[in-house]
Design a binder for this molecule. Structure first.
Ligand code: PRX
Length: 658
């Protein structure tokens, strides 16, 4: 271990004893929120509070009712009001004379740079909006987006918003088969994709891979292809169009038409407890209000001075709210990076912080843990003195990683905002306000103003200091409105455990003696790998579709790098033996069906799986055995011997690994 690492270790040890971490006086003095006036205002009337935040946007017509909660759980916010989301993200900044401001410092994987201003974004968004209309897209039609991290993805989303066509973005790391499924479920009429995508110096063909699975999907009428890598893209006459050619021939002006506050803005699919992903539906006025509010106050944004960078992919909710809608509604300047954190080298993120003088940086705990592993030499190569605030999202952060982030990246000077929220909540719900809150490493601290959260026991009573279920006790503007085409599932999933006015989050949590929230993890069959949500059922169904597999059970196993890792217990058809080759084959199969992120880290061969007499797989036992815990009650098993066989199989697996 290098000497500098030694002293850092000692420092981190010492900091582990410290209970509170306060913002520095320098930070606090200039912060947007330095007292609890906002909390008091929101506590006295949360609807009026959100109305005041909504007034920060440009409305083409004022709402007549701020919140309609007469038919829970179907909320309506700012009913009667009309606005155009893309106008709020672009036109109003350009009209105010800020057209030359950089919206994105884009950096490509090979070091290319492109600064995209607000005026340029507005120009392209109008053209693409016109082109979409020319292709027959009307308000309400769903447009799929499957693009890498290039500025065109933002243009695509805002062009959809401009004409009221809800977008359905699919993360670039998902497989074309996942894209197909999501296009099919949402009846998308158009898909915007690219010829190819780059990852760590390699180019993957995208359009041809999409064609392989999309051919017979009748509802998909048009495909727009961004020329990104120059990869050969098969084009079907009359169906497929190149993005640049459409823009070149499209009319320049596309006036921003007003849409109802409750007009759908986007659908984003996320994993639930069954194999079928859930189409989370977000609408316009409330979503944008809370996206802009949280982006401003949680990150203490001064749009004239700060350079902000959220390292997420635009295909996740974090990218939607904190790369696109929040920052653009606030007129911020952001960094957008196409590549991986370790390519061309492990200091690339810090190079970008230095290069663009990033002041606000938002990433995931998994990424921080990876950086810790790589060592301090990489961040130490660069000047990180521009940073003034750090954020995390997506999974619980272990105190050690929190302290490392604070010391090594933030030089002990930057407050950390650990932000808790979900695809469903649309925007940050529980988080420090950086100039006000005394942080505790590992806790997302308190609900933001306008948010009411509680930890409840199984009966809906406050759990006190005990662990319980996180719940949200009042509606919020950016809440999901329903599950696309599945309103019953919406009610069943979120609003049946505690009734129609209390949102069941699906996370275990604890509220400590100081009123701090500690989110522990999921209570359903959702696995969180590197902050990415996957359902056990989804992975199981991919594994079982492999021709040699008979049965599979998947669990999330604690993993020190990725938070959780996927462990699959697999039984094979007939009397075959599992081989390493077959493990590789199954992993590839899952990558093809869902995406690389869903590949199981461990595959354990099983002769049989632990089941109850009624045939239900007992995952609890699988988790216990995989993590080496004492097994709980096994008497309800149909065949108690199964567990002994599994133990032997795990021991063999560990021998092979070790
Ligand atoms: O379990 C919680 C965890 O991530 C889940 C939401 O995942 P997703 O919809 O993909 O959105 C991730 C980005 C917002 C939550 O139910 N989670 C998210 N943020 C935190 C967290 N767990 C602990 N601490 C957080 N800050």
């Amino acid at each position: 271990m290098a000497h500098s690492d030694m002293t850092l270790e000692a420092r981190l040890e010492q900091l582990q004893q410290q209970k509170w971490f306060e913002p520095t006086p320098q930070f606090r003095e200039r912060s947007l929120v330095a007292d609890d006036a906002m909390h008091r205002e929101a506590d006295s009337d949360f609807v009026a509070f959100w109305e005041r935040q909504a007034r920060e946007l440009d409305w083409q017509r004022e709402w007549t009712q701020a919140l309609d909660w007469s038919n829970p759980p179907f909320a309506r916010w700012f009913d009667g009001g009309q606005l155009n989301v893309s106008h709020n993200c672009l036109d109003r900044h350009v009209e105010a004379g800020r057209g030359d401001r950089v919206a994105f410092h884009w950096r490509g994987e090979e070091g290319e740079e492109r600064d995209v201003t607000y005026a340029e974004l507005l120009r392209d968004v109008q053209k693409l909006a016109n082109a979409l209309r020319e292709l027959g897209v009307k308000s309400g039609d769903v447009v799929g987006v499957y693009l890498p991290m290039i500025p065109e993805v933002v243009v695509a989303m805002l062009a959809c918003a401009r004409i009221g066509a809800p977008h359905n973005v699919v993360f670039g790391g998902f497989s074309p088969e996942s894209v197909r499924e999501r296009m099919e479920f949402s009846d998308a009429r158009v898909l915007i994709t690219a010829d190819g995508a780059r990852r760590k110096g390699r180019v993957a063909a995208v359009k041809s891979a999409v064609d392989d699975v999309m051919g017979d999907l009748r509802s998909l009428e048009r495909v727009i292809v961004v020329r990104n890598t120059g990869t050969d893209a098969p084009m079907t006459d009359g169906r497929d169009f190149f993005y640049d050619e459409l823009l070149a021939s499209a009319a320049d002006a596309c006036p921003a038409e007003p849409f109802d506050a409750e007009h759908p803005l986007f659908i984003l699919y996320t994993s639930g407890s069954t194999a079928k992903p859930k189409g989370i539906l977000h609408t316009s006025g409330g979503y944008l209000t809370q996206a802009a509010f949280t982006h401003k106050y949680v990150f203490d944004l001064k749009a004239d001075e700060d350079v902000y960078w959220c390292s997420a992919d635009v295909g996740w909710i974090t990218g939607h709210t904190y790369i696109v809608y929040g920052p653009l509604a606030n007129g911020a300047t952001s960094v957008m990076y196409e590549g991986a954190p370790d390519y061309p080298d492990k200091d690339i993120w810090w190079e970008l912080v230095e290069r663009y003088k990033v002041s606000l940086f938002y990433t995931a705990p998994t990424a921080i843990r990876a950086c810790m592993k790589w060592g301090v030499e990489y961040p130490q190569r660069r000047d990180l003195s521009s940073l003034r605030l750090l954020g995390t999202v997506g999974e619980p952060i272990n105190p050690k990683a929190w302290l490392w982030y604070r010391e090594v990246i933030g030089s002990g000077r930057c407050p950390i905002v650990d932000t808790w929220w979900q695809t469903e909540t649309g925007a940050i719900m529980i988080s420090p306000l950086p100039g006000l809150t005394k942080a505790k490493p590992g806790s997302a601290t308190h609900p933001l103003p306008g948010v009411k959260a509680a930890v409840l026991d199984g009966n809906g009573e406050e759990a006190g200091a005990e662990q319980g279920y996180l719940a949200l006790k009042q509606p919020w503007p950016a809440m999901l409105r329903t599950l696309y085409k599945e309103p019953e599932r919406f009610i069943e999933t979120y609003w049946s455990k505690y009734g129609r006015d209390t949102y069941f989050v699906g996370d275990a949590a604890r509220c400590d003696e100081d009123g701090y929230f500690w989110v522990i993890g999921r209570v359903d069959d959702v696995i969180n790998v590197s902050g990415h949500r996957l359902s056990t059922a989804e992975v199981e169904s991919a594994i079982v579709s492999h021709e040699r597999v008979a049965e599979a059970a998947v669990i999330g196993q604690a993993d020190e790098d990725t938070g959780q890792g996927i462990t699959a217990f697999v039984t094979l058809q007939g009397a075959q033996d599992g081989t390493d080759e077959l493990v590789g084959d199954i992993r590839e199969h899952v990558a093809k069906r869902i995406g690389k992120l869903a590949r199981p880290k461990r595959v354990i061969w099983a002769d049989d799986l632990p089941k109850t007499r009624s045939g239900k797989i007992m995952r609890r036992l699988l988790r216990d055995i995989a993590e080496g815990r004492e097994l709980g009650d096994v008497t309800t098993l149909r065949d108690p011997d199964v567990m002994a066989q599994l133990s032997a199989s795990i021991a063999r697996h560990e021998d092979d690994e070790g």
